[in-house]
Design a protein around this ligand. Structure first.
Ligand SMILES: Cc1cc2nc3c(=O)[nH]c(=O)nc-3n(C[C@H](O)[C@H](O)[C@H](O)COP(=O)(O)OP(=O)(O)OC[C@H]3O[C@@H](n4cnc5c(N)ncnc54)[C@H](O)[C@@H]3O)c2cc1C
Length: 275
């Protein structure tokens, strides 16, 4: 999630600079260097809580239902709102914030992107933890500590300018939101086939234990899963091969193939295990 967000931030910060003469991309690269040098973990804070879905952000009864800038200062901005369903939010070092949707000219305050440490004053993480049943064999940190996501509340949080990568450029908000999604769907094309490999292996093993490993209908079902998994993987390769270099130098996956792969993965229930 973080890599997908960072890629999108890297591309769009450069595009805003080229269109408007701002200096977001240099700030982003400086942050990225710090992030990589310290081997940090980031989350993706994109999904706004949204309120009434039939209304736009600036039409909501409560304007904080989409995260927005409430104050611009000499040394930074103050943001208010909340981001929902933030995978790994409770144990991420950095919160990577991007808009959730395309915005209009009345919505410059909602066009904001930044990165801040998760323990910044004013950040409140309402955590939802799940602890999988412990394993006797094949232990992994995941099994010891479980996993968690958060409703990440930004209660008038100060973000210094050096951590702000978009502020007011509503024309670029949709590009940033959708580009994150494009990278994430591309990532899917790699991880979901791997999950399916595990499921296919477990299914074949259970069939063997039951003495029906050679049954034609069971082999057919596994074969179908195999074909879909490989088609999803192939879509990911196609999205990479047909990808384009953006002005930042970062490559952008060909969206038709990343979306096709993600669609196939989502349609097949055993592969549809996360967002
Ligand atoms: C496992 C998992 C992990 C996730 N991880 C992250 C994460 O790390 N970071 C992050 O930011 N988000 C994350 N998400 C959030 C995810 O991106 C959102 O849940 C998703 O975008 C849907 O948003 P929502 O929950 O607000 O639902 P909604 O957008 O409200 O959708 C609910 C229903 O209402 C319908 N609907 C909504 N608006 C309209 C409308 N205007 N007209 C008609 N119908 C409408 C939808 O089609 C849908 O059927 C995760 C989600 C899951 C399931």
């Amino acid at each position: 999630m973080a890599n997908d967000t960072l890629n999108a931030m890297g591309v769009v910060s450069k595009e805003i600079d080229e269109a408007r003469g701002t200096e977001y991309h240099a700030r982003f690269l400086k942050f990225l260097e710090y992030y990589q040098q310290n081997d940090l973990v980031g989350n993706a804070a994109q999904t706004d809580v949204k309120g009434d879905r039939s209304k736009r952000p600036h039409e909501q009864a409560d304007l904080d239902l989409y995260l927005r800038v409430v104050e611009r200062k000499k040394d930074g901005v103050v943001v208010r709102g909340a981001k929902a369903h933030n995978s790994i939010g409770p144990y991420a070092d950095e919160l990577l914030v991007v808009p959730t949707r395309t915005l209009t000219k009345d919505e410059g305050d909602w066009a904001v992107s930044f990165a801040i440490p998760a323990d910044t004053p004013g950040v409140k993480l309402v955590s939802r933890a799940t602890a999988p049943r412990s394993r006797e064999k094949y232990k992994a940190p995941f099994n010891t500590f479980g996993i968690a996501d958060s409703l990440t509340i930004f209660d008038d949080v100060f973000v210094p300018w050096e951590r702000v990568f978009m502020c007011g450029e509503w024309e670029n908000a949709g590009r940033l939101a959708l580009l994150f999604a494009n990278y994430h769907r591309h990532t899917y094309c790699g991880c979901k086939p791997a999950v399916t490999d595990i499921i296919m292996g477990a299914t074949a093993l259970v069939a063997d234990y039951n003495g029906v490993g050679n049954a034609a209908h069971i082999r057919d079902e596994i074969t179908e899963l195999m074909i879909i998994a490989e088609l999803v993987y192939a879509s990911g390769i196609a999205a990479s091969v047909r990808g384009n270099a953006t002005a930042s130098g970062i490559y952008e996956p060909a969206f038709l193939y990343s979306n096709t792969g993600r669609y196939l993965a989502g349609k097949t229930s055993t592969m549809n295990t996360t967002s």
